[in-house]
Every structure is written in C-alpha cells, then in structure tokens.
Design a protein around this ligand. Structure first.
Ligand code: ZN
Length: 327
C-alpha cells in the first residue's frame, strides 16, 4: 500500500495522497527517474484508486480480495500494457479501449497502466490521444516512463505529472543485494549513452563484456548449431539471474548498434568492436536485424531465477533462426 512509502519516499507519498484526496484527474504520467521503488509506488497508487478500502488508512489491505488479485496479476479492471517487442502498437490500444468500455463492477474505477509509454509508435499514440481526449469519469490512465522527452507533447499535456526522485546507488545495493557492482552500475546507467560508454571502457568490466561479445560472435558464426556451444559460451559463464539479464541488455545494445551501422554506418556503444558490428551488419538486411532485436527484447522479459538456461537459450536460438513461425 501507499503507506509503505510514507517515510522512504515522503515527497512523492504526500503528493500522491493529496491527489487521491482531491479531485482525481483522469490521466497521470509517472517519470520514474530510475527510482527503485517505482514499480511498487505505481501499483500502490493504482490500488488506492481502485480499492474500496482506500481511505480507511489501513496500513495494508490484507483482507481485500481486489488488492490481492492485483498482486497476482489477476484483476481484470486493472489493465497493464507493455511494449510488444520494440513498440507499443495500435492494436494493443484498441484492445485496451474495448476492455475499458464497460463500467467498473468490483473496483471504484478502472485503471490502465502503460509502461515504457514513450515506446508507443505514432499510430498507437494517436489512438491513446483520442482516448484521453474523451475522458470517462470511471477510468484512470497511468503512463510510466523514464524518457519523458520522448513522449509526444499532446499526450504529456493531458496528464498530471509525478516525477519520482532518483535513487542513489546505496539504495539499490540495499534493495537488490547485488554482489557484482559493475552489473549494478550497468543497471543504473542503462539508457544513458555517455555512461554506457564509460562502462564499456572500464577495465573492470572488460572480461564480462568480452564474454558477451564472444557469445554473440560464436552464435553469428554457428547459427542454429550454436545450441551445441551454449554450455561453453554461456551457461558456464553466466549463472545468476541478474548476470543473465545484463548479458541480454548488452546483446540488445549490440544489435541496436548493428542496426545503426546498417542505417548510418556508425555505432553508438560498441566502438571497440566496430569491425564485428560491421561484419554482422553487412550479412543481414535491416528487416532481419529488427526481427532479431524484437526476439531478443521479448525473450529478455522471460528471464527468471531458477529457469532452465539451456532450454531458454535453445528456444531463443531456434526462434532467432526462424524456426518458429510468426516469431
Ligand atoms: Zn484493497
């Protein structure tokens, strides 16, 4: 519940409390600023809007069936939208509007949350804009972004903005108890080009980065046969969930560079590997690179602790090599 953030995020807490006590707007933008509590704050805010126990000032909603179902991702009057691959697409917004077209039955209002809202492509953004232009009393929109400047102005201007403050490194370490601080650093800097470059050029990260590149190159050389080399090039090297996650962040950045090289003959991040980027870029069409990127980004969402890494990699490689239709 929101009260959990009363001390840890006091400014935001007070702002949200005021919003909930006043006339609630029908659309909000949360700028998360890499705040580690962002997910929890956003969901708590949504619960406060939906849940009928809102003003009882209970510390938590233990007996509330609605909040419990929200936690289990099983409450149909709260709809969550995330990018489908690289973009949030118009179809997702059309589907959303359909689901929002009926009155709330269980909760006080219906709420939808759009994560990474800056990733709406233009037709999706237009679709959302029309939806926001005709506000309904019992629907609340929550847009979440870390790239506020990439949101189109006409959408931004229709929403009330809540900017979270940036968490410092110590908060991250406490929350995630990371052993590998260089990975932690990548997490903090992701999305910031200068800092990614600093990360890439830092001697401490060389080995990790080098292993990631070796994996990519081996895969590009072996293609579908790579499933025979996963153990040596991946499984024996990267074991923890967060390590695997960062490997995939780096792979994503690498293929973004491959794409950029294809289009502009330049790279953003992998200057020291420009020869490799160029070679891979030359072997593929733009469409092939985009398709690969989509698959990689989507599979990143399926990384879980305790998963079978071998199966995960096999499935990914088969998909990258076109083994699954409509991938
Ligand atoms: Zn509740």
């Amino acid at each position: 519940m929101l009260d959990d953030y009363k001390e840890r995020q006091s400014v935001t807490y007070r702002q949200l409390k005021n919003i909930l006590n006043d006339n609630l707007s029908h659309a909000f933008i949360f700028i998360i600023n890499k705040n580690i509590y962002a997910d929890g704050i956003v969901i708590s805010f949504a619960k406060s809007i939906i849940c009928k126990n809102k003003f009882t000032n209970k510390k938590s909603c233990i007996d509330c069936n609605i909040c419990e179902r929200i936690d289990n991702n099983d409450f149909s009057e709260l709809k969550i939208i995330r990018p489908d691959g690289l973009w949030i697409k118009k179809d997702q917004l059309i589907e959303l509007q359909k689901e929002m077209s009926t009155k709330p039955i269980e909760g006080k209002k219906k709420v939808y949350i759009i994560y990474e809202a800056e990733k709406m492509n233009s037709s999706a953004a237009n679709c959302l804009l029309k939806f926001l232009e005709e506000p309904f009393d019992d629907i609340v929109a929550i847009l979440v972004t870390d790239n506020y400047n990439q949101l189109i102005d006409t959408i931004a201007s229709r929403c009330q903005t809540i900017a979270l403050n940036n968490s410092d490194v110590n908060e991250y370490i406490k929350k995630y108890d990371f052993e590998n601080k260089t990975l932690l650093k990548l997490f903090l800097i992701y999305n910031n080009k200068e800092e990614i470059n600093e990360y890439m050029n830092n001697k401490d990260n060389e080995k990790f980065l080098d292993n990631v590149i070796k994996f990519i190159l081996k895969y590009e050389q072996e293609k579908i046969r790579m499933i025979c080399y996963n153990k040596k090039y991946f499984i024996d090297l990267f074991k923890q969930k967060d390590e695997i996650y960062y490997v995939f962040e780096l792979i994503t950045l690498f293929y973004k560079d491959v794409l950029q090289y294809k289009i502009k003959k330049s790279v953003n991040y992998f200057d020291s590997y420009i020869y490799e980027v160029e070679k891979i870029s030359n072997e593929k069409t733009k469409e092939e690179i985009i398709k690969k990127l989509n698959i990689i980004i989507r599979s990143k969402e399926n990384i879980k602790s305790g998963m079978n890494i071998n199966l995960f990699l096999e499935k990914l490689i088969v998909e990258l090599e076109g083994g699954i239709k409509n991938a």
